[in-house]
Design a protein around this ligand. Sequence first.
Ligand SMILES: Nc1ncnc2c1ncn2[C@@H]1O[C@H](COP(=O)(O)OP(=O)(O)OP(=O)(O)O)[C@@H](O)[C@H]1O
Ligand SMILES: [Mg+2]
Length: 276
Amino acid sequence: MSAEAVGKTAHVIVLGNEKGGSGKSTTAMHIVTALLKQAIPVAVLDLDGRQRSLSRYLENRQAYCTKHGVRLAMPVIWKTLKDHPETPQTDVAQFAEAFAEASAAADVVVIDCPGRDSTLSREAHWVADTLITPMNDSFVDLDLLATVDPDTFRVVRPSFYSELIWECRKKRQLRGRPPTDWVVLRTRLSHLEARNMRRVGAALDELSKRIGFRVMPGLSERVIFRELFLKGLTLMDLREAPDMRDSLSMSQVAARQELRELVNALNLPMLAAEAA
Ligand SMILES: Nc1ncnc2c1ncn2[C@@H]1O[C@H](COP(=O)(O)OP(=O)(O)OP(=O)(O)O)[C@@H](O)[C@H]1O
Ligand SMILES: [Mg+2]
């Protein structure tokens, strides 16, 4: 079966950015658990078969449950796909098969892409109903989306990642699929860098109107996001985690609220239906 024949019912959320280390896997894991917390069945595809960050996160979660004798919500299925750079058609086929299975099993499919271009990643990008691109507030990260004039900080032209999304959108339109809601998440907002933030923000605003994405705040920089990985936990799990219950600080409560706001702002159809 091809990727075109499926995915009509499950909502597909893709985490993509060809910049490594921008927070895709961490954001993916938090969105997955936030949705599971609302009793929404979620399937996960990890397209970074080399690093396997999201898969490792889920394995750590399973191990935590076994060790502490607790039941934390898990995705209905999760799969890790490995690249075959020499035979792209192998990757097109394996993506289609995994995607079909994931779409049939869950209401939401969350797909985590590697921080580089690959056939698997391209296949994921065009089936995205919601594409989430986390980026740090820096012109290095922005460079993947657009070339910016060094003197005026105005956008000169969209760059290769934006062009890839453009191509994917055309492909969807030709196949009668609704447009992808592209959301750029500004992560790690540091108040020490107010001037840089303003400049990046202004360039992003200009670009968002030109190429059609929404800009939203992502997860802020907190040590807790790095620490929870080894236990396979997220901010949404702390109350159910026997060894973490007492450690819920004000800052973590604030971070959970940020995460809830992020998930709400994604305007996912199944959450809108529940709220109605
Ligand atoms: N909000 C955050 N606060 C603190 N640390 C974070 C945050 N988000 C991510 N990190 C840390 O930054 C690093 C990169 O994060 P992550 O693996 O989620 O990025 P990625 O975009 O998936 O990377 P890659 O492109 O390599 O797959 C990790 O060490 C992670 O723990
Ligand atoms: Mg990753």
